[in-house]
Design a protein around this ligand. Sequence first.
Ligand code: SF4
Length: 242
Amino acid sequence: MKMKIIREIVEIRISDIKLEKANVFKNQDIPLNREHSLKVETLFTEAMELFIEFSHPKGLVSEIPIPEFEVVYFGEGLNEKKTPLDEIFKKADYLALFAVTIGEKLSQKIGELFELDEFALGSMLDAVASEGTEKVADIVENRFSELLAKSDEITSSTGILRYCPGYCGWHMSGQKKLFEFLHPEDIGVTLLDSYLMKPLKSISGVIVIGEKEIHNFIDSYAFCSQCKTHFCRDRISELFRE
Ligand code: SF4
């Protein structure tokens, strides 16, 4: 039996956010396989201190039925003709819209550092904040899967992945309908005319829950030839790792 629709503001403490230093360095193209200079390590420590001082993480998740998500996904009609998500979401057991943020104060702090020509610390803090926002999204995704698990809706063959407007053929303008349905302003996130979010260090999208196999696709869509990272390969491998 399907549970009733879930909508929850997820409370997050800074101590819940487990940042991975390797990801922070990777985001800045700092090589991972050699010892870092004292300067780089010091910048990382300073950035972490600022992250702890200025972050105000918040999350929001709201289940959405497939027919309603179809409207959100269509958005302003600007998506690529064929996309992985278009094929995946129709086979899902559950969908949930989500938005997360690390807060405005941290974005302001990053801006201040750049204005003061503190580029090295500004860049390190920017990378820490991006990694932190991803971790907040992980926490919200886990929270939604915990809620489903309580009602025995999750099994060992269930795969949970999130997809975001602006990636893999889902046009950035998709944020507009997503915001109309989700109302991320409840956690202080608003959408600018440019479809960027305020605070800048925010993520929104859809969490797709279904058989792992539905997330498995070949990266041969028209736009994949322009893709620098092919990050979908790591996500799919991770899903099928024992
Ligand atoms: S190759 Fe790149 S653009 Fe294509 S689906 Fe994978 S991550 Fe998305």
